[in-house]
Design a protein around this ligand. Structure first.
Ligand code: SAH
Length: 411
């Protein structure tokens, strides 16, 4: 007999889950995500389900199933191992006309749960004709093709008008590409890339991400825009707005996170002012990823309970610098300096002059998370000289604080 597939709108509707173990723990989040009013009946719960009960997201009857538990339910998920207990639920569900999903025995179930993947507005649900592994295999293959853009999700793909004019579908998405490893972009960022008609990329964006773009995608290399830095930013803003107005999905791909020294805020405002729809997909920032890639946790219990990320683009004392370096020297936690390699001698000197100890551990991590990563561990007193001697180059982050080397110590 063929199945009849449906998308259930469970918002506010009661779903009963019988059982509180591993299977229930896996099933409940998707039910909650769909807005269902979930009631679990089970003498015991896993810690994860317990946490949801405590948070008020889940109802719980702490006992074995009774037929009356089905009152008001639209659907029941049976997540118990014991076939007799499961059969009892099925027997009670049938006369009440409540669809019953059975984890223990799909032949006894009146509804099957598919393998699912979601890409923005699209939900793909695969039923494997009684073979869950087959469903997962097919789902994964579709998932892969949705992620790499072979199956287009956006309605605009390939159909963006070439001429200027207000386009209903045009928009800009500021996407954080992560610190360098192409696998460190977020799932959502990757999906946006797959939907893009135009990609405007920064210098620090992982090249491999751009390699994957289909030929139909227009790639604008923001690093190659002539003019000075200020005019170049205006030009980038203009490109974002113009292409979106022409109906394109424009992805502005930026290294790390768009809002960490990335001028993402300026680009967002330019779009808002132009009336172009704009959204942001955060990224993994080098300010935490570069230390992590070198084995340095930016916080560690009992060692550092704060971390401060600062731009070292302008040297301490520079009239345009908004950084209060003497105040930073008095902090006890971790200091992460971005764009600070060139001014490292002046930065270290200022921190030392304002009270940070010369023996404070310090590290420099260059091209973190890429095949070219280099890291150097030193002290605040010596780091500038050693980084220069080692020939370290940007992009690099400087980390100052006792977290440096803390995971190496065995005592
Ligand atoms: N938005 C980015 C930072 C842009 S500022 C982010 O969130 O990561 C550019 C600076 O970031 C570089 O000068 C360097 O200090 C740092 N940086 C970026 N990628 C890096 C990497 N892979 N390794 C080390 N530092 C990196």
């Amino acid at each position: 007999m063929n199945l009849y597939p449906l998308g259930l709108r469970l918002d506010g509707r009661r779903v009963l889950v019988v059982g509180g173990g591993a299977v229930a723990t896996r099933r409940v989040p998707a039910l909650l995500d769909a807005g269902a009013d979930v009631l679990v009946v089970s003498p015991e719960l896993t810690p994860a389900l317990h946490g949801l009960v405590t948070a008020g997201r889940l109802g719980w009857r702490q006992r074995r199933f009774q037929p009356g538990d089905l009152d008001g339910a639209w659907l029941v998920q049976v997540a118990v191992d014991d076939p007799a207990a499961a059969a009892e639920v099925s027997a009670a569900a049938e006369p009440r006309r409540v669809f019953c999903v059975r984890a223990d025995d799909r032949t006894e179930a009146t509804a099957w749960t598919p393998a699912v993947t979601r890409h923005g507005p699209v939900t793909v649900a695969v039923l494997g004709g009684g073979d869950p592994q087959r469903a997962v295999r097919v789902r994964d293959a579709i998932d892969q093709r949705l992620a790499d853009g072979t199956i287009p999700v956006a309605g605009t793909v390939g159909t963006a008008p070439a001429t200027a004019g207000p386009g209903p579908t045009g928009r800009v998405v500021l996407v954080g590409a992560g610190p360098g490893d192409p696998e460190l972009i977020t799932v959502k960022g990757r999906r946006m890339l797959a939907e893009a008609d135009v990609v405007v990329a920064d210098r620090l964006v992982p090249g491999l991400l751009l390699d994957e773009l289909p030929a139909r995608v227009e790639l604008v290399d923001a690093a190659k825009i002539p003019y000075g830095p200020a005019a170049a930013q205006e030009e980038i803003n203009r490109i974002l707005v113009d292409r979106a107005r022409a109906g394109s999905v424009v992805v502005r791909l930026k290294g790390g996170d768009p809002y960490v020294f990335g001028r993402g805020g300026e680009e967002l405002l330019a779009c808002v002012e132009a009336g172009v729809p704009v959204s942001v997909v955060p990224g993994v920032s080098s300010s935490v990823a570069a230390p992590a890639a070198a084995g340095i946790p930016v916080t560690h219990r009992g060692v550092a309970h704060e971390f401060t990320v600062v731009s070292g683009h302008l040297p301490p004392g520079h009239q345009l610098s908004l950084v209060d370096w003497p105040a930073l020297a008095r902090l006890r936690g971790t200091l992460v300096v971005l764009m600070g390699l060139k001014n490292l001698p002046a930065i270290a000197e200022t921190l030392l002059a304002n009270g940070r100890g010369a023996d404070t551990p310090a590290a420099v991590v260059q091209e973190a998370t890429t095949g070219a990563q280099r890291a150097l561990t030193s002290t605040l007193g010596a780091v500038a000289g050693e980084a220069a001697a080692a020939g370290l180059r940007p992009p690099a982050v400087v980390v100052v604080g006792d977290v440096v080397g803390t995971l190496d110590r065995t005592d």
